[in-house]
Write a protein that binds this ligand. Structure first.
Ligand code: FBP
Length: 548
């Protein structure tokens, strides 16, 4: 069947992403000093003897074109989709072809499982052209299989040997890049002749540190969510009868909620990291929201918006303890899986410590059972399936009901719920993400050509015009630390949470009281692709505040 493309799709296909100067011309790489991780140095050195301490690499514009032999390269996408993934692939493809037109690129299907199960396709020019500047990961698909066992690594090696692949690019978040670090070490230790290179992806924006300014996809996803929040706010301000509780993706950190709050100025924005820092209970949080609802009601405003970060529940200290105990209890528990649904609640209560059992028993049935849903392959609670926005609004409703009985509140509290997550993960990448991702893919090609392994492709100086961005290779080993996961200590890339001393949060904190009192709503409108640079090329507010 012939695919029908919209006019915008056709126009986007023709868009040529901007590249930093350092990626023009011949390959020239500068090695900076040796690196080390911020913590657990000795343990990490013994776990990663071959990839520990590598230098940071910087790519600069080169003059002398060297002859580089053709290589075959594999790429896989891992975890949730993020706008721009196809541009990483097209940047990698174009970068490889620029240094030798006989290079070939293979995509592993549906993420890491494609590598293990030998499901792949060759990515030719025709296929690449069809997906340039499009959203989604559907060119080759993605998955969450965790690459962790020697058997999986060997299965990967078999297929890569068969296809003559010399380098593998893994596009993913903190967990997937942790896998990339382990795989790089494994192949280097056995001299397998396979380079492994990571690439920082996740709409959550929590794969960042002094070397990674932002993960790709965050910019577009936040712009899409902000457009929708703006539309909801305009509806809210038009009908003046609802409180909208809007849950926003971000499995752990609240970067998305914070960025969207800065873009849209909602009535209330919850930031999980603040809830944890202030040691707030669920009741504290409910009281905080109910107080604002009641004050607005007294001023004649029975409406407003509340942004709720998806990962909130794990940041309420008492809930965090409960979830940690549930994780240990349910990890590989055959017994729990065999129990009838109706008996699961009492089984869990009987196994938990008395403190956690009491909290668990106090939760509404539906919510309690959501806390026991399967963990993902990395051991994470699937917070996208937990209806925190409904829990909060119903508890606020109960509190307001009590205040009504006590004569402290007379308003109306009518609620609408929204969950913004999947709507933004496959959107057309913004110009920022289109350029950034293409540059990341191109940088990965330079790492391949330079024979490097155990590196992540990164691009820095992102608030400057794209020409001035800096393409780098950062050792994966320097981003690792040891954390307790699924009942054991393991090396993982540290997740970046919202910094409560950072400018983005401080900006929110300095303005939110005003937003709570009046109508400060901002309606940012849709992402723009063609037009003046100040409308089309602006990076996220978080990035600008953090880096300016
Ligand atoms: P990644 O970290 O893999 O990029 O995924 C992010 C995310 O979109 C989270 O915000 C969300 O909790 C999760 O994926 C949902 O995943 P799934 O697609 O498995 O439902």
């Amino acid at each position: 069947m012939k695919k029908i493309l919209s006019a915008l799709q056709l126009a986007r296909r023709a868009y040529m992403p901007k590249l930093p100067k350092g990626l023009h011309g011949a390959i020239e790489v500068i090695e900076e000093g040796a690196t080390e991780p911020a913590a657990n140095k000795d343990e990490l050195k013994s776990l990663f003897p071959n990839t520990y301490g590598l230098p940071i690499l910087k790519f600069v514009e080169g003059n002398e074109k060297k002859n580089i032999p053709a290589v075959n390269v594999g790429i896989l996408l891992s975890g949730g989709p993020a706008p721009g993934g196809h541009n990483v692939i097209s940047g990698l493809y174009d970068g490889l072809k620029a240094f030798n037109k006989d290079c070939r690129l293979y995509g592993f299907i549906l993420g890491p499982s494609g590598l293990i199960d030998h499901q792949y396709m060759e990515l030719t020019g025709d296929i690449i052209d069809e997906y340039r500047n499009t959203g989604g990961f559907d060119m080759i698909g993605t998955g969450r299989t965790k690459l962790e066992t020697a058997e999986q690594f060997e299965r990967g090696l078999d297929i890569m040997k068969e296809l003559g692949i010399k380098a593998l690019v893994i596009v993913g978040g903190d967990d997937s890049n942790t896998n990339a670090a382990t795989l790089a070490e494994y192949y280097m230790a056995k001299n397998a002749g396979i380079q492994v290179i990571g690439c920082p992806k996740t709409i959550d924006g929590d794969l960042k540190n002094e070397m990674i300014e932002i993960s790709f996809g965050f910019d577009t996803a936040c712009k899409i969510y902000s457009e929708i929040i703006g539309n909801i706010q305009r509806d809210c301000n038009s009908t003046r009868k609802y409180w909208h509780f809007i849950k926003l993706m971000g499995r752990s950190a609240s970067h998305i909620a914070l960025e969207c709050a800065l873009q849209t100025q909602p009535t209330i924005a919850i930031i999980s990291e603040e809830v944890e820092a202030k040691n707030m209970t669920l009741d504290d949080l409910v009281t905080y929201i109910a107080r604002i609802v009641a004050e607005r009601s007294a001023a004649g405003m029975d409406y407003g918006t509340v942004l709720v970060p998806e990962g909130l529940i794990e940041f309420i200290p008492a809930m965090k303890k409960l979830i940690a105990e549930l994780n240990e209890l349910l990890a590989g528990s055959q017994e729990f899986a065999m129990i009838k649904r109706s008996a699961q609640r009492s089984w869990v209560i009987s196994k938990l410590s008395s403190e956690n059992a009491a909290i668990y028993a106090s939760l509404p049935e539906r919510f309690a059972s959501q806390l026991t849903l399967d963990r993902d392959p990395h051991g994470n609670v699937q917070v996208s399936r937990i209806e925190t926005e409904i829990l909060l609004s119903s508890m606020v409703g109960i509190k307001l009901g009590k205040w009504k009985e006590e004569g402290k509140y007379v308003g109306k509290f009518a609620v609408q719920h929204h969950f913004l997550g999947y709507e933004g993960r496959c959107g057309f990448p913004s110009n920022f993400d289109a350029d950034y991702c293409y540059s990341l893919g191109y940088t990965a090609s330079r790492l391949v050509a330079s024979g490097k392994s155990g590196y992540m492709a990164t691009v820095r100086n992102l608030i400057a015009p794209a020409e001035e961005w800096i393409a780098c290779g950062v050792p994966l080993s320097m981003m690792l630390n040891i954390e307790h996961r699924k009942g054991k200590d393991c090396p993982v890339i540290r997740k970046a949470l919202v910094d409560l001393d950072g400018k983005p949060f401080k900006t929110l904190a300095s303005q939110r009281e005003e937003w709570a009192k009046g109508n400060a709503f901002v309606y940012p409108g849709p992402v723009q692709y063609f037009g003046p640079s100040e409308i089309c090329d602006q990076p996220s507010k978080t990035l600008v505040l953090e880096r300016s």
